[in-house]
Design a protein around this ligand. Structure first.
Ligand code: ARG
Length: 275
């Protein structure tokens, strides 16, 4: 592909301010409840990300934060939408359970078709969408959070093929910590986060993928948001920035150090609304 042809597409996103963000329980290996969170810094960094997405021409909707839901800033986990159809989330851990209701209310009355889930799934944390692959392809992760039964449920709701991928490394507990969509048909991923069979599936589907290594994934370099040209990623992920630049994209680094303490970065705090 001619890299000069990488074209951005305007997106609509949903974010939730980290007003009540803390690390008061540990449900992933990154969370350490003994180190206090700098709430003011978390908010400043989050605002910088929101402004960066706005400056790139994207529309950012806001979800009202709810007291007592410290992980609600990770808005990607609340649902998964494709062509106006929303597959709601059902969280693995009770501490986050009520977040699903807040997201459901957001979609009510905005022209969305909302399907409530039977099976445990954490929205865009474990579901990714490629509109340009095979007429629309869903990649879905399981192993730590989302129940594989939710992959079949999502396929029935969304009406697009869903490819199940097994995550095997607890540090990369959501699909969006191990794989990212760069444009409508192009992905980047860290193979070691997946089972050997799932690695083969990915290699078969995406022979042109940008391959990341463990250091990239640990820097949350795969937890990125791309509009097809601009790739917004954590400042720490410098090597990953170089890799996407070499593939023709324009890296845009933002510092989200404080939100990494909850086990997430750029992608975790941004849900894409596909109407
Ligand atoms: N503390 C949150 C959890 O463990 C972080 C969620 C990160 N979100 C994501 N999309 N990976 O559930």
């Amino acid at each position: 592909m001619n890299h000069t042809q990488r074209q951005p597409r305007n997106r609509t996103y949903l974010m939730c301010p980290p007003q009540h963000f803390t690390v008061e329980y540990a449900i992933n290996p990154w969370m350490d409840t003994t180190v206090p969170v700098d709430a003011a810094l978390a908010l400043k960094q989050w605002e910088m990300l929101r402004d960066t997405l706005g400056d790139l021409g994207h529309r950012v909707h806001l979800l009202d934060p709810v007291a007592g839901l410290p992980d609600m800033v990770y808005a990607a986990n609340g649902a998964f939408s494709v062509d106006g159809v929303v597959y709601g989330a059902r969280f693995r851990f009770p501490q986050r359970g009520a977040e699903a209701d807040a997201h459901r209310e957001f979609y009510a009355g905005q022209g969305w078709t909302f399907a409530g889930p039977v099976h445990v799934n954490e929205g865009e944390g474990d579901f990714a969408y490629l509109p340009g692959a095979y007429g629309g392809l869903v990649l879905a992760g399981y192993g730590f959070r989302t129940d594989p039964a939710a992959h079949a449920e999502a396929q029935e709701v969304i009406g697009r093929p869903v490819v199940s991928l097994r995550l095997v490394d607890p540090a990369f507990y959501h699909l969006d910590t191990a794989l990212a969509v760069l444009d409508d048909r192009h992905v980047t991923y860290y193979p070691g986060a997946f089972s050997p069979a799932s690695q083969r599936v990915l290699a078969q589907l995406f022979p042109d993928a940008v391959l990341a290594d463990r250091a990239d994934a640990e820097a949350f370099g795969l937890n990125l948001v791309s509009d097809g040209r601009h790739v917004v990623l954590n400042t720490e992920a410098t090597a990953m920035g170089d890799k996407v630049r070499a593939a023709g994209y324009q890296p845009v680094h933002v510092d989200l150090s404080e939100l990494k303490r909850g086990g997430g970065s750029v992608k975790c705090v941004v849900a894409e609304l596909r109407q």
